[in-house]
Design a binder for this molecule. Structure first.
Ligand code: ZN
Length: 297
């Protein structure tokens, strides 16, 4: 009888462990969804956009003698898949990777590229990457060429302009502008259907973002490729500026009425929680604006 009892409890413990481990495994697989396949679409002439895989949308340009890639996906595997897609279209070598900013979903795939590429970034983006890239293998992929405000790259007769207009989404956001095709890659300076993300820890700024978007509107371009949505038009960018400015002036008025940050968040129905349990909390635009308006200069 005693032995039977022991066996029974043992069985219960084994069953419990089985359920527990299974649940843990399920959680682990849920946390890592398999990325969608890489797709390439022609935007205009020799300019292509790459979607899918892990990380943000990327792009590439097939020049006279070489290929330039814009942003590098989030892991080496996705970067290699993107490179394989490029090789299906051209035998020309990838010579440059141009970075729009330092976020991991745009730069962590650099290790999937050959080491002899030239990586170009705004100098502040290199500084942020220098802090983030800890592994020796990653450090081989710190940008080798930086600039402060403007850099022109020539490919045959064609010019590609890298433009920096000041801190916005991060402190080193670059616009990659193709004047002949009227196309610009603007990284995460544009978000669709949600508030823009501002990284205060990287010296990003909502007022800076409005200034930068106004500069982008001055470009002679009609197609604005971006990290996380379909290509934007000038009207889309104007709409984004308007929505940020409306929030800024409403939050300013609420601060003047003496409202606290929590009260203001309630007005906007903002829940500042991590998207996944235990995950990172992305600061809402409302909080960013509040902090910008109340910080002592
Ligand atoms: Zn970003």
């Amino acid at each position: 009888m005693k032995n039977n009892c022991k066996l029974f409890f043992l069985a219960i413990i084994v069953l419990y462990l089985f359920i527990f481990i299974n649940a843990q495994q399920q959680q682990a697989t849920q946390a890592k969804p398999t990325p969608s396949p890489i797709t390439v679409s022609q935007v205009k002439a020799d300019i292509y956009e790459v979607k899918g895989g892990s990380g943000a949308n990327c792009g590439f340009f097939i020049g006279e003698k070489e290929v330039m890639v814009i942003d590098a996906k989030m892991d080496a595997e996705s970067a290699k898949q993107m490179i394989a897609e490029i090789k299906k279209l051209t035998p020309k070598p990838i010579k440059y990777v141009l970075l729009t900013h330092s976020d991991g979903d745009h730069v962590n795939g650099l290790t999937g590229f050959s080491q002899d590429i030239t990586i170009i970034a705004q100098q502040q983006t290199r500084k942020d990457m220098d802090e983030a890239f800890k592994e020796p293998q990653q450090r081989l992929y710190l940008p080798g060429l930086t600039f402060s405000e403007r850099l022109k790259i020539y490919s045959g007769n064609k010019v590609i302009e890298l433009l920096y207009f000041g801190p916005a989404h991060t402190s080193g956001d670059v616009v990659v502008y193709f004047p002949d095709e009227k196309v610009a890659f603007i990284g995460d300076l544009f978000f669709r259907g949600r508030d823009p993300l501002i990284h205060r820890q990287k010296n990003g700024s909502s007022f800076g973002l409005v200034n930068v978007l106004r500069e982008i509107l001055k470009l002679d371009a009609d197609t604005f490729l971006n990290g996380h949505s379909d290509p934007a038009s000038k009207a889309d960018i104007e709409g984004l500026i308007k929505s940020i400015e409306e929030k800024q002036s409403k939050i300013k008025a609420l601060i003047q009425e003496g409202k606290s940050l929590d009260e203001i968040k309630k007005v906007f129905n903002v829940e500042d929680r991590p998207t996944q349990p235990g995950g990172r909390r992305w600061m809402s635009l409302v909080e960013v604006i509040y902090l910008e308006l109340t910080e002592k200069k």
